[in-house]
Design a protein around this ligand. Structure first.
Ligand code: XMP
Length: 513
């Protein structure tokens, strides 16, 4: 079992960021609901506990409060923002409404250089604040170690007990040296070594998969996306031919996608790949359909039918593997006023019916996306797959506006591969969240040579995003746009006009449908 830091979640939008920062220090972190009983936490033998920020005030009637005996477990505690208020609340300090809400960049002055959190850091640090309430009396046994313009207690410490409080947010990018503060806590204060690496995880995961699966067979729906690809490579490493991967070609894939999956997994990894070419079936069911939601429903249902039939052909399997990630399984407790709780994923990717009687194997369920990519590289997957951009489950159907016909899919595929090729050529592809072409249902007039044309329009979409929830359009260089338009109009039959989408999300969405 890895050494770990427990992070109690009081509803901060940054809780997962703190967890990732800890893992970037090669230390395992687990997010638990704020009210997890101290006995349960003790069973996990954490090296330290971090209390996250949160939107509440400790004096609010429904304030989320932890089990107060966590302070008696004898492990170091770091309270961040709302976490400081909790230290005050439970350990004899006082919090009051600040006269001025402290929000944004501030300068921290470290007054006690002996505090382990600030080891090897300069006396002045830029930090990011976001709090209204303010500590006005120190909890018992605490001393101030750093201050900001607005707060003499910006960082406090009980050196004997190894309890710390930070009023600012060390985890966000606007606190540029905050990572080092977190590293000082996990290594310097809690004494954690660098035990969490993808190489270690790989060995451990292989053992766990073998222990769970025994000699049974496992089925995995391989989409070619990052998560299912890494899950496939990991399972294959653990159980070899006991794994069958089912890859469904729904006729809505990008150019060469089916070939790449067959090449990488079938020929290179030599894993059992069951290729289901169901393009005709999907396209037949989509004939004449133009409504985006109807398209999604048809595709979702057809996928389930095809997958179910394919699993039967694959032979009796006891397990179904899924590439579920940590952010999907973190148990979130509703906290009043918590904006993080309002944001929910609105796409149920690859949902399978409940009546499929498999036990689940989810070997990525304690990993963040960036860790999954590192694991993929460790397993020898090519960069092309590991750093692949997100691609919607319903595929090109949400990018072919209007009726999805084989001919219109082909137009889009040809235009899209030019976009991807040129983005890769100028080094921008792996730097953007998504870049793709959309086929619009409008036709317009043009001239080519001496001929009048009346053809379709392609929209180019390039967006920057952290998680797909919000997005900004990318200011692609003019000469790249010019090249894209010129190549698409010259090379893709059926297209005579190109436009560039400059809509951000919100108010737009990333996909056009
Ligand atoms: P939107 O278009 O809602 O997309 O801004 C946000 C992110 O989700 C992807 N997306 C989907 N993924 N099934 C999926 O699996 C879908 O129906 C779907 N629609 C959008 C989109 O590519 C973007 O990354």
């Amino acid at each position: 079992m890895n050494e770990q830091i427990i992070l109690l979640d009081f509803g901060s939008q940054y809780t997962q960021v703190i967890a990732r920062r800890i893992r970037e220090c090669s230390v395992y972190s687990t997010i638990l609901p704020y009210n997890t009983p101290a006995a349960e936490i003790a069973r996990l033998k954490p090296r330290g506990i971090i209390l996250s920020g949160g939107p509440s005030s400790v004096y609010a009637p429904n304030a989320p409060l932890p089990d107060k005996t966590i302070f008696q477990l004898g492990v170091p505690v770091l309270g961040i923002c709302f976490g400081v208020q909790l230290l005050a609340h439970f350990l004899g300090g006082k919090v009051e409404k600040g006269l001025k809400r402290e929000y944004g960049k501030g300068t921290l002055t470290v007054n006690d250089a002996k505090c382990a959190l600030f080891a090897k850091l300069p006396k002045k640090l830029q930090v990011w604040n976001s709090h209204g309430d303010k500590l006005t009396k120190l909890p018992n046994g605490f001393k101030p170690v750093a201050s900001t313009e607005n707060s003499e207690y910006a960082a406090i410490e009980n050196r004997e007990k190894k309890f710390f409080g930070l009023q600012f947010h060390p985890e966000v990018a606007h606190s540029p040296r905050g990572k080092e503060i977190i590293a000082n806590f996990v290594h310097g204060v809690c004494g954690c070594g660098k035990t969490w690496t993808m190489r270690n995880y790989l060995e451990q995961a292989v053992e766990e998969i073998r222990a769970q699966v025994g000699k049974e067979k496992v089925i995995l729906g391989l989409s070619g996306g990052v998560d299912s690809s890494v899950a496939a490579a990991l399972l294959h490493r653990a159980i070899g031919d006991q794994l069958t991967c089912i890859f469904v070609n729904n006729g809505l894939l990008r150019a060469k996608e089916a070939e790449v999956v067959q090449e990488v997994f079938g020929r290179n990894f030599k894993l059992k790949l069951q290729y289901e070419n169901s393009a005709a079936l999907f396209l037949k069911q989509l004939k004449g359909v133009t409504d985006p939601e109807k398209k999604r429903k048809i595709i979702g249902k057809a996928f389930v039918d095809v997958f179910q039939a394919a699993t039967k052909r694959a032979g009796a399997a006891k397990f179904l593997a899924q590439g579920t990630l940590y952010p999907d399984v973190i148990e979130s407790v509703p906290i009043a006023g918590n904006p993080a709780a309002m944001i929910k994923s609105h796409h149920n990717v690859g949902g399978l019916p409940k009546n499929m009687k498999f036990q689940l194997v989810e070997p990525l369920k304690c990993l963040f996306k960036d860790e999954v990519r590192l694991l993929g590289l460790e397993l020898g997957l090519p960069k092309e797959i590991v750093y692949r951009q997100p691609f919607p489950g319903p595929g090109l159907a949400v990018r072919v506006l209007g009726e999805v016909t084989p001919a219109r899919c082909e137009i889009l595929r040809n235009a899209d591969s030019i976009v991807v090729e040129e983005m890769k050529a100028c080094g921008l592809y792996y730097k953007t969240w998504q870049t793709f072409a959309v086929l619009l249902p409008v036709r317009s007039v043009g001239v080519m040579g001496d001929e009048r044309t009346y053809d379709y329009t392609i929209a180019i979409r390039a967006v920057e995003s952290q998680d797909g929830m919000t997005a900004d359009w990318v200011k692609l260089p003019y000469d790249l746009l010019e090249k894209l338009a010129s190549r698409i109009i010259n090379e893709v039959k059926g297209v005579n006009r190109c436009v560039f989408d400059i809509t951000s999300k919100p108010p737009g969405t990333i996909e056009w449908e």
